[in-house]
Write a protein of this length. Structure first.
Lengths: 77, 542
């Protein structure tokens, strides 16, 4: 993930955990507070931070940090 | 109000097989389906054994008899074992949403003096952050660590592994405290709603009358255990009847949820209108292509079911959706649609047969047909709450002339159907979660950029109501998308993701009356483009 460092900052902000250190294989069970409602906030924060937009089909594929990171990478210039 | 108290069944023993009872030890009591849709079955005997182990652990660490044990984790087998085990040990369960933020946790854990929290490793950092605000907290049990993590941060698996699968449950009477759920009001902190072991008769009766379960049913209640529905009808109710229940440990996802329904052959489904609305909007799923012939009944709870979703249920699923109504305080279903009662789309239905409901005016006089008034319930009934913790005066104020005032406004039609009109306060019902505008405003005010805030609920096609927060900034700060996001995330982390403001509107001033009270009706009217009404009491025109 090229965006990992910046993505980590977004995760830290969304889940209010400055010590959070994301890894590609992490999912909702590994990060405190990452449930379906918090996921909506996460996506909105990622879209705002990276100035990108995800469509419904792309969103359905996100299961892990790595899925999200790859999606962001694919949209960055 | 409750003059007599008799020895009754300990609610922690509901999975225990008894001669002539509903439970067969080797029957499946729980099927846990994980996010990848794999399933694991637990027999009633296994569930009861784990509950006994948990009760033994509590006794060993001095957390039995009169303590408050908080369950703070996502759905999993440990939720059920710790819920029942705590009751067996005669301590009280505090059932929390796993997504509660720091402020929400402090308000609840400190108010009820919880001395034990059962949680997972991922939530430890959150608890450590607030630990100094929780002087009563003695021990944290961690469900996913095989070793102790500190002197008072203990491994639950380690202790469960050593504990006996038998436990002589504590003797309880009908008034013995069992469970606390917190609920929000317009003002002040959330209130701890106290329930008792004697709640079983109404929960069992309402479930039988409304859901009409049969012995071979597979029942799925989607509610989280942090919600009264998740405990009354996601733990206690089905097992009082010896029914096998499915629980899904993944998050909401239309395709996954529908696959659970289909693959597990769920026959009775209890869910929320928000989930049904999200399913209805998931246009990528062709529901007609699935075989749901086994699905006999669908019920919903949490917020009024709009007629459009009733129609969607008939068209897309070929099923009626039966809306039900109750509250944290009532502990069980009070008014409901159910099979055998003709549905009037949008109506709450009719009272459960043992419940006396009435629409009363401000003086306590019955309202005439189709006149909106206070929705009140004649008391007592077994599952009703017994107190607001530390706020007994507020509790007593809800009762008058033999009736409990629900705080909802409703009317009755000429055929006895009840129709919800509105809340009688400013509480926001967002996807079934009652959120206090005061709590949202307080959280927003913690941010250094914010001078004033006002929160209101506004209609939303999916959430029923969305939270809209108006914010006046301190001098030197400017509105930006980043600041709006910061406010959203701050509220989510301090309260819960469910309390996230969907819109943040920056204004110059928040309208208040001359005594400083936020005029939320003015904010709501402004948002909806309506006439704000009488502005004579406003501090300054805005």
């Amino acid at each position: 993930m090229k965006c990992q460092r910046a993505l980590n900052e977004v995760f830290q902000q969304v889940f209010a955990n400055p010590k959070l250190d994301i890894a590609p294989d992490m999912g909702p069970n590994d990060i405190d507070g990452w449930d379906s409602m918090a996921h909506v906030n996460l996506i909105a924060a990622v879209e705002l931070h990276f100035k990108v937009k995800f469509d419904k089909k792309e969103l359905r594929k996100i299961r892990t940090v790595g899925d999200l990171g790859q999606l962001v990478d694919s949209k960055l210039p | 109000m409750f003059p007599s108290s008799h020895v009754t069944m300990n609610l922690g023993d509901i999975c225990q097989a008894r001669v002539g009872g509903a439970i067969r030890a080797d029957a499946v009591g729980l099927r846990l389906v994980t996010a990848d849709l794999s399933a694991r079955d637990y027999t009633f005997d296994q569930i009861d054994g784990m509950a006994c182990q948990f009760a033994n652990v509590l006794r060993d660490i001095g957390q039995d008899r009169g303590k408050v044990v908080a369950i703070f984790m996502p759905k999993g087998i440990e939720v059920f074992a710790s819920f029942l085990g705590t009751l067996k040990a005669k301590s009280t369960v505090l059932s929390l949403f796993a997504n509660f933020g720091d402020l929400a946790l402090i308000d609840r854990l400190a108010d009820c003096g919880a001395s034990c929290v059962v949680t997972r490793r991922a939530s430890l950092a959150r608890l450590e952050r607030i630990r100094t605000s929780l002087p009563a907290l003695r021990v944290i049990l961690v469900i996913d660590s095989d070793a102790d993590l500190g002197q008072d941060v203990l491994s639950l698996p380690l202790r469960m592994g050593r504990a006996s699968t038998t436990f002589q449950s504590a003797r309880v009477d009908e008034e013995t405290p069992s469970l606390i759920h917190y609920t929000s009001g317009s003002t002040g902190k959330p209130k701890g709603v106290q329930h008792v072991h004697g709640a079983a008769p109404h929960i069992a009766h309402s479930m039988a009358e409304v859901m009409q379960l049969k012995g071979d049913d597979l029942y799925w209640c989607t509610a989280d255990h942090g919600w009264i529905t998740g405990t009354s009808y996601g733990i206690i109710g089905p097992w009082l009847h010896g029914i096998t229940q499915v629980q899904f440990t993944g998050g909401f996802d239309a395709d996954s949820w529908f696959r659970v329904l289909v693959e597990q052959k769920v026959s009775v489904w209890y869910t929320a209108p928000t989930a049904l609305r999200m399913l209805a909007r998931a246009d990528e799923v062709d529901y007609r292509s699935y075989d749901i012939s086994h699905l006999r009944s669908i019920f919903s709870v949490g917020e009024p079911l709009n007629p459009e979703i009733s129609r969607w249920g008939r068209e897309a699923l070929g099923r009626d959706i039966f809306d039900t109504w109750f509250q944290t305080e009532t502990g069980g279903i009070m008014i409901a649609n159910r099979p055998g009662l003709a549905i009037r789309p949008g109506s709450m239905g009719k009272p459960v047969s043992s419940i006396r409901a009435a629409i009363l005016d401000d003086q306590g006089t019955p309202c005439s047909t189709r006149t909106t008034g206070h929705l009140c319930l004649g008391y007592p009934w077994s599952s009703m709450f017994r107190d607001y913790l530390n706020r007994t005066d507020t509790y007593r104020a809800r009762f008058s002339q033999g009736f409990y005032d629900s705080g909802d406004l409703a009317y009755q039609d000429e055929d006895g159907y009840y129709w919800f009109a509105a809340r009688n306060d400013d509480v926001i019902n967002t996807s079934g979660h009652l959120v206090s505008p005061f709590e949202v405003e307080s959280a927003v005010l913690e941010l250094p950029e914010v001078a004033e805030s006002g929160a209101v609920g506004a209609p939303d096609p999916v959430l029923f109501e969305k939270i809209v927060v108006f914010v006046a900034l301190r001098r030197g700060f400017e509105a930006s998308d980043e600041l709006r996001m910061k406010i959203r995330l701050h509220v989510a982390n301090r309260l819960s993701a469910a309390a996230t403001p969907q819109e943040v509107i920056i204004v110059d001033r928040i309208p208040k009356n001359k005594s400083g009270k936020i005029l939320r009706r003015v904010l709501r009217a402004r948002y909806l483009g309506q006439d704000p009404g009488d502005l004579s009491t406003i501090e300054d025109q805005v």
